[in-house]
Design a protein around this ligand. Structure first.
Ligand code: ADP
Ligand code: MG
Length: 247
């Protein structure tokens, strides 16, 4: 059990950390007879350019941890610092702003809006952050869609695209504002091997070119082996943190 008042554990002082967790806990159904703590005090630092896999059995709390880091759920206890901002001090509006500026989230089921084209879906973060699709965002959205092999599909709606294509649109959407931190929850879980490799390579390239840190939940040992570092979560506790040779 970690003491929430103790300083965060040191890891690699030469790197600027984009993410610091100290003693993070998350309980559901608080104050009811079925209250259950899912995360039992997570300590973690992520350097600004790291490419990290998060593995662990089903139900171990991986999605919960990603949702807490992604500011979609508040932790029940502990300290969460994102890009130097202590999130406990922020109200909902400030959290939304920090999320929009700093974090790109890729979900297992892509969550594209069916009535919008691929291009419009990729532009959504810009519209949410700035009220409009800025010219820079539009240029980047087109370049990203080209990059992921969807130049011909920009005007198509999600229903007209394959699962792998939809996930590539979702990744372009997560990258369009060039976030410092990319969180991906089993982004290749529903894809065939070739599409999974393409999606993974896309995240890896973006990490190398823009220096965005990536935290990727994956069950695929082949993909985990291509990350810089592999974390293992079991029953709401980080039980392993293993550096790998860079892929
Ligand atoms: P993983 O992604 O590793 O499969 P999850 O984070 O989805 O694990 O779930 C961890 C545990 O938290 C599970 O026991 C799950 O039932 C529980 N859980 C997740 N979300 C909720 C919720 N909204 N309310 C109550 N329990 C939840
Ligand atoms: Mg999950």
């Amino acid at each position: 059990m970690s003491d929430p008042l103790a300083p965060p554990p040191a890891r690699s002082p030469e790197q600027g950390d984009v993410l610091v967790l100290h003693g993070i806990r998350k309980s559901y159904n608080v104050g009811t007879p079925v209250e259950n703590e899912v995360l039992h005090g997570i300590d973690l630092r992520l350097g600004a350019h790291e490419f990290v896999a998060l593995t662990g059995p089903s139900g171990s709390g991986k999605s919960t941890l990603l949702n807490v880091i992604g500011l979609l759920e508040r932790p029940s206890a502990g300290r969460l610092v994102i890009d130097g901002h202590d999130t406990a001090a922020l109200d909902e509006a400030a959290l939304t702003g920090l999320r929009g500026r700093t974090i790109g989230f890729v979900f297992q089921y892509h969550h594209l809006l069916p009535a919008f084209t691929a291009l419009e879906n990729v532009l959504l973060p810009s519209i949410i952050a700035h009220g409009v699709a800025t010219p820079q965002a539009e240029a980047r959205a087109r370049a990203l869609l080209q990059r992921v092999g969807l130049a011909q599909a920009m005007g198509k709606r999600p229903g007209e695209l394959s699962g792998g294509m939809q996930q590539r649109v979702a990744i372009a959407r997560a990258l369009v504002l060039q976030p410092r931190l990319i969180l991906a929850d089993e982004p290749t879980g529903n894809l065939d091997t070739a599409s999974a490799d393409a999606v993974f390579a896309l995240l890896r390239d973006f990490n190398r070119e823009h220096g965005s840190a990536c935290l990727i939940v994956t069950h695929d040992p082949r993909l985990a082996a291509r990350c810089d570092r592999v974390l293992e979560l079991v029953d709401g506790r980080l039980v392993a943190d293993t550096p790998r040779r860079a892929a």
